[in-house]
Design a protein around this ligand. Sequence first.
Ligand code: ADP
Ligand code: ZN
Ligand code: ZN
Length: 724
Amino acid sequence: MYAKVIIEYGAKAVDKEFTYIVPSNLTDKISLGSRVLVPFNNRLIEGFVTDILNKADTTYELKEIKEVCDEKPILNEEMLYIGEEIRKKILCSKISIYQAMLPKALKADVKTNIGIKKNRYLTLNISKEAANSFLEKCKYQGQIDIVENLIINDKILANNLTSSISTLIKNGIVKETYEVVNRYNVTPSGKYKKVSLSSSQQEVVDSVYLDNHEVYLLYGVTGSGKTEVYMELIDRVLKLGKTAIMLVPEISLTPQIVDRFATRFGKDIAILHSGLSDYEKYDEYRKIMDGKVKIVVGARSAIFAPLKNLGIIVIDEEHTSTYKQENNPRYHARDIAILRGKYNNIPVLLGSATPSLESFARAKKGVYQMLTLTNRVGHATLPNVLVIDMKNEVKKGHFILSRDLENKINEKLSKHEQIILLLNRRGYSSMLTCRDCGYVLKCPNCDITLTYHKTSNTNRCHYCNYSVKNVNVCPECGSKNIKEYGLGTERLEETLNKKFNARVVRMDIDTTSKKGMHEKIINDFGNHEYDILLGTQMIAKGLDFPLVTLVGVINADSSLNIPDFRSAENTFQLLSQVSGRAGRSDLPGEVIIQTYNPDHYSINYSKNHDYLKFYEEEMKIRKVLNYPPYYYITIVNVTSKDYNEGFSEANKIGNYLKKYLSKDTQVLGPSMANVFKINNIYHYECIIKYKYDDKLIPVLTKLDEIYKTNNKVDISIDVDPIRM
Ligand code: ADP
Ligand code: ZN
Ligand code: ZN
């Protein structure tokens, strides 16, 4: 017997399956998807079995599989199939997609050593009468204590082995047993109560057919009760004896959703997200593999959860960019969901208040089924939005908070209501400049300005983490006239603390790097231990606090000024999402948006909660400029340590693409990427725009092949990029 094994070796060069002999002692243990240890280039490495063969080409001498690593196969047939299919679409290596499917503990990698945790328990190995007579004779206090304890308690935890325990075990008085421990546990707060659905929610639930594959787009305004719809559908799926995947953008930001699921479905759920340690992920993942749970709630990679008998996949906030992985393999969770939906013949439900243009266009064309929820639940209404032109405010000396926002904050504080403020920039100020010579503090490794962080008194690069102590004199001209420019969350926090008598909490990467901090901030704010929550976009999504009646956006322009064709869409989504945090229950909500572009359509339509108008306007622009969803985009990134070599290879690649792709396909560039230098690596890119090009995949595959052995530059191919 022979087996084909796929291995990860040298990242770039190998994406091939190699044939090995299965020695007779392993034939019973091996199957499709097994993780195995094989010799390769005088080393032992791990790989996955992708095929089992009776015959093999033995022109070359074949080697033997050394070992089967696990009792059961790690990849099931569906996963192997998904790997094959997605590779054809995104041109990643097959091994990279298999690795992405798995928690660290189960990846093909001999270096990881993440095991199961077990507790040792002691029980009596003799009758209680016998134990009592043992006690009469025994002289050792350590042993007496344990046996007495066991007479009362039947079973005790004893992870540390003492000499008394060893002796008792050796003499057959007590015996030890081991139980596997789950290192991750959600404790439901009990705050969630199951509701009875409104007639419009019920209608949506009834429109989803559970016994065949279809993609549904649930377009429902913020607070319209989408989450309740998801839970009801999942409930129905469970009643059919099936299982469900519920994807959320980034779970550590949405502990409230987890809490709702944990309260309603109890032990039936597993949670997978980046906030868990590798050990906790392994424990959660094993629950799924062993069929112990019926629902997986998780972020992007949870889309690969190996649930058997899958009945529905739900993707909440489907427009969110975190569903696309931005390094290899660059897959989009939505594409994987649809592949799995077809494979299992089950519905895929995408939900959003601000669907991506791609999904909405597909739903309008009937490729997806459109479902809508147009109103908020109960008496709640969408908040009133006021747009403030900061040009006028700045003239009067109000740089950070406009007079309207300041007044409103005071008003809400006096009523003991809560406030959320969004500022999409962390740190204290955006940069340091010299007022005399114009010098700007930049990162030596990246072409990006450094951000001043007051807490640590350093200037830091948000791309490569370079950090340097703060300076008081200009390194260029020696002037002391060096000033901060721009506004970050640290400085906003400082301003709020000075101006208001309020309890303020800040949530950004810097305050949440410690494990569990997201959850803590959100819980504490939910318990009204704070009046104002300020933060970066991580506060914009999924939060549901009934006491929040005011949302302020400090600078709506930060996402608008990014040079990306999606910047208007991203701005509209961000503003709508964060506005959606206000007035979600009986108290009416208000939103104040500060901007230097008060006439921009993305700001105006979001002010009027008018997704449809925004969609129409933005689609016109996309059409004229040949952007998605009218055209597809693929980017070929060319990176090099050497400026000139990068440039010349990028040019060759541009010419190659122009020569071999179809006539109707546009190839733009090469040009310098938005951030041209990161960590001393130069980034060039060629942008390919096309409606349909059957040459694309073969040409790119060839290009990828050619550059695998090139050591001057690296290329990476991003199909349907989420960012330009
Ligand atoms: P969305 O996911 O669309 O933003 P949610 O599902 O979070 O909306 O619902 C918003 C709020 O309304 C939540 O507090 C939720 O518990 C409540 N809610 C949803 N549906 C109902 C209902 N049918 N009856 C009463 N309250 C509801
Ligand atoms: Zn200077
Ligand atoms: Zn840097």
